[in-house]
Design a protein around this ligand. Structure first.
Ligand code: FAD
Length: 374
């Protein structure tokens, strides 16, 4: 029997939801505490690479991912400028195995909802409006206090609470995400028929322009620029102006942006906790432990993989022992490091104006690393 019988997870991102489902299916009592008032209905798209899909398949959600998302196996490079000439179409490595698509594009709230339902079916208790403000522990248990003053007690607590993790701060880990110097505009718009995979445009008014289909009717599009303070109210205008430097499907995308599209802006960050990812009975996963720019679309995949590896360790540990947290971390660091460093390097070459960087080489190193199952 697993030693941890009552587990609290902070955060209903992909890391927290995946972990909660796996632990609850093993008979562990799992609470998931989330600051939001309920499942999120707003968001943009997500590029889910095969290694993430391989883990999610263990939750029996593959059919739903394929039904709601958009699967594809290639990637194209196009030229910036009015003609949007297709320079090359490459077969993408099927990093989840030959029986899975290389990539599934999906609307983020839809993905969360698919996995949330599995967690609920497995018996996970969801506590929304539970913003965690304090985490304390003694040798036997962990006490988590929410903003409304309620305290919950667990054998083990997992901080799956993202970039600005409160749990990380509460256990005294001081490493934090640092800006990389890039910012990204994103919008969720109807899919032009021509968009059947991710096309990337390097150069032009933005460092990178790209898009990813997320279903039959919708897709998300993005433009990466040097990070700056941007006024979101001017978002559609700015994004449409940048988009004007690109042809092909961007002509139609731009029309949607101009006509009241929802547009958001985010600064890229990076970090990787070098020491232990735990203190006592509290451990971090996902963006709380490491973050990277989405230049290689592996952040959520890393959170999902973290969840699978930690679930395995917690289910196997018959006595509480910090060694299982160390083993989890040791399995994850080399993989997370390749993803973080290569994702950052790709962006840095662009910031430095280096045009001969081996971008396919960087991507290939990440793909070769993550194709090995966790
Ligand atoms: C612009 C952008 C595009 C991206 N695109 C991709 C992509 O295409 N593919 C990919 O694989 N990755 C992508 N990523 C990375 C991906 O979004 C993250 O790596 C992933 O969401 C991390 O998941 P997580 O579960 O660790 O944390 P999160 O998804 O951040 O979830 C954390 C949860 O914790 C909750 N929370 C926070 N604090 C508290 C608290 N104190 N109390 C209670 N709840 C709390 C939050 O409300 C949230 O629900 C992208 C990132 C960015 C910035």
């Amino acid at each position: 029997m697993p030693a941890a019988q009552r587990i609290g997870i902070v955060g209903t991102g992909m890391g927290g939801l995946t972990l909660a489902t796996m632990l609850a299916r093993a008979g562990i009592a799992v609470d998931i505490l989330e600051q939001a008032s309920g499942p999120s209905a707003l968001g943009s798209g997500l590029t889910l690479r095969g290694n993430a899909v391989r883990v999610l398949r263990e939750l029996d959600v593959l059919d739903e991912l394929l039904e709601h998302g958009y699967a594809f196996n290639d990637l194209a490079l196009r030229a910036p400028g009015p003609d949007a000439t297709v320079l090359v179409v490459m077969d993408d490595m099927r990093v989840g195995g030959e029986d899975l698509p290389a990539t599934i594009g999906i609307y983020r709230p839809e993905l969360n909802e698919i996995v949330r339902r599995r967690a609920e079916e497995a018996g996970v208790t969801f506590r929304y409006r539970a913003k965690v403000v304090a985490v304390e522990q003694d040798p036997e248990s962990v006490q988590v206090t929410a903003e409304d003053g309620t305290t919950y007690t667990y054998d083990v607590v997992i901080g799956a609470d993202g970039l600005n993790s409160t749990v990380r701060e509460a256990i005294g880990i001081t490493e934090r995400p640092e800006p990389t110097g890039m910012g990204i505009w994103r919008t969720f718009v109807p899919r032009p028929e021509e968009v059947v995979r991710t096309d990337l445009y390097y150069g032009g008014p933005a460092f990178i322009a790209g898009y990813c289909p997320t279903g039959d009717s919708m897709m998300y599009a993005y433009l990466v620029e040097a990070a700056q303070e941007r006024d979101l109210a001017e978002g559609p205008e700015i994004m449409a102006e940048l988009a004007a430097g690109y042809g092909g499907p961007w002509v139609e995308i731009r029309e949607h942006i101009k006509n009241d599209a929802r547009v958001n802006y985010t600064h890229f960050t990076q970090h990787l906790i070098e020491g232990d990812w735990h203190r006592g009975r509290v451990v971090l996963i996902g963006d709380a432990a490491h973050s990277c720019p989405p230049t290689i679309a592996q952040g959520a995949a890393m959170a999902i993989e973290d969840a699978a590896v930690l679930a395995r360790e917690l289910i196997a540990a018959e006595a509480f022992d910090e060694e299982s947290f160390r083993s989890f971390r040791d399995q994850r660091v080399p993989r997370a490091r390749v993803v973080v460093e290569n994702s950052v390097q790709l962006g840095q070459w662009m910031l430095d104006g280096k045009r001969d960087g081996d971008v396919p080489g960087l991507m290939h190193e990440v793909d070769s690393t993550v194709r090995v199952p966790v």
